[in-house]
Design a protein around this ligand. Structure first.
Ligand code: NAD
Ligand code: DAU
Length: 357
């Protein structure tokens, strides 16, 4: 791993991963290739801009010529692919961009890697790797009592987002099977932590609660997700990159499955404790049940025995501590929060998704 192309590195998980990689690996050059959509924020890594091991390149994974030239110019040997449209609600309101980015973008990257690594043989084959970052949502939804998903569970994606991620996973697998492209895939559960765009449940609830705004809980709030602190995800991806078996997929999860309502209540209680502004206490009274997400998956649960047994990974953060740290992070980064709120797009999204609910 010398010249690493990280796609989507200006987003939530990608930016945390770049930080993690620069802390962990010394002899490395990282190219952060990101289109800077509404979800991409160069500020997430502003403090790294002077680091000679790090370079930002504004680019679109659907642009074959650009992807091709970057891979060649920097002799990229490792691709860690985060770039995606990542929000389920947006995929319900407008699925097209999800197909463009998640399916066509992944295809474009795979083809560029194939051309450079497999057809031209410039780099030794055992030194190259395509790592694809995917989601537990490809497995669908669990009924009460059904066992957790393993790496062998058949795909059954329900939202346009999940379907586009499933399609991209299949494309990666097919490039491995047909052309011999060295790849690994990770399917991870819901991440939370610093720098998450506040359209997702946890940061949205934190910011709304800080402002005394309603806290929208979809349906009955009894949907269940598995939650993982983003740093634990980054550590798992790094382990898979360095020690994972080529052609393998690994499930990653936090081994906790609270109902959404309980997550929201916990955030309220944390803010009651640590927010010095007493105006909105108790925060639980801001909770509002709103119209459910169409096709809403009821329950997720990941069986993570494979990555634990093969690579010795397990999450370091408990959900309670991770949530407390995350609330503290949002309270202590008012400039970051303000910069997101100033983006015209953010208010527009809140109107589009919540006004008519
Ligand atoms: P995010 O929405 O915060 O960031 C996505 C990034 O990709 C942004 O910086 C954006 O500018 C960039 N991007 C989008 N389209 C692009 C394009 N065409 N070309 C180049 N860059 C583009 O997403 P995230 O939450 O950090 O998720 C990252 C990856 O992890 C995604 O593939 C997602 O499916 C997967 N994942 C996310 C979670 C989660 O809970 N957030 C869990 C499991 C898997
Ligand atoms: O499971 C992994 C996935 O987790 C990732 O692949 C996605 O990229 C990521 O966005 C996330 O998807 P979810 O749909 O699970 O995340 P979100 O934060 O949007 O919602 C979490 C749960 O909270 C879900 O059951 C819907 C609910 N919810 C969400 C929002 C935004 C609410 O009740 N109210 C809300 O306002």
């Amino acid at each position: 791993m010398k010249n690493v192309l990280v796609t989507g590195g200006a987003g939530f998980i990608g930016s945390n991963f770049i930080r993690y990689l620069l802390r962990t690996e010394t002899n490395i050059r990282i190219l952060n290739f990101d289109a800077l959509t509404y979800a991409g924020n160069r500020e997430n890594l502003a403090d790294l801009e002077g680091d000679p091991r790090y370079r930002f390149i504004q680019g679109n994974i659907c642009d074959a010529a650009q992807v091709d030239s970057v891979i060649r110019e920097y002799q990229v040997d490792t691709i860690v692919h985060f770039a995606a449209e990542s929000h389920v609600d947006r995929s319900i309101l407008g699925p097209r961009q999800f197909i463009e980015t998640n399916v066509m973008g992944t295809f474009t990257l795979l083809d560029a890697a194939r051309n450079y690594w497999l057809k031209e043989n410039v780099l030794p084959l055992d030194s190259v790797r395509f790592h694809h970052v995917s989601t537990d949502e490809v497995f669908g939804s669990l009924k009460p009592g059904e066992p957790a998903w393993t790496e062998e569970t058949p795909y059954a994606p329900n939202s346009p987002y999940a379907a586009s991620k499933a399609a991209s996973d299949h494309l990666v697998r097919s490039y491995g099977h047909t052309y011999g492209l060295p790849y690994t895939i990770t399917n991870c559960s819901n991440n939370y932590g610093p720098y998450q765009f506040p359209e997702k449940l946890i940061p949205l609830i934190i910011l709304n609660a800080m402002d005394g705004k309603p806290l929208p809980v979809y349906g009955d709030g009894q949907q269940v997700r598995d939650w993982l602190h983003v740093e634990d995800h980054c550590e798992a991806i790094h382990l898979v990159l360095t020690k994972g078996k080529i052609g393998s997929t690994y499930n990653i999860g936090g081994e906790n499955q609270p109902a959404n309502l309980s997550i929201v209540e916990t955030i309220c209680d944390i803010l009651d404790e640590i927010d010095s502004n007493p105006a909105h206490k108790p925060h639980r009274r801001l909770i509002q049940f709103v119209k459910d997400r169409p096709g809403h998956d009821r329950r997720y649960d990941m069986d993570t025995r494979k990555i634990r047994a093969e690579l010795g990974w397990s999450p370091r953060h408990t959900l309670d501590q991770g949530l407390l740290d995350t609330v503290r992070w949002y309270l202590s980064h008012p400039e970051w929060v303000a910069s997101i709120r100033q983006k015209h797009e953010y208010e527009g999204w809140l109107d589009a998704n919540y006004k008519l609910r």
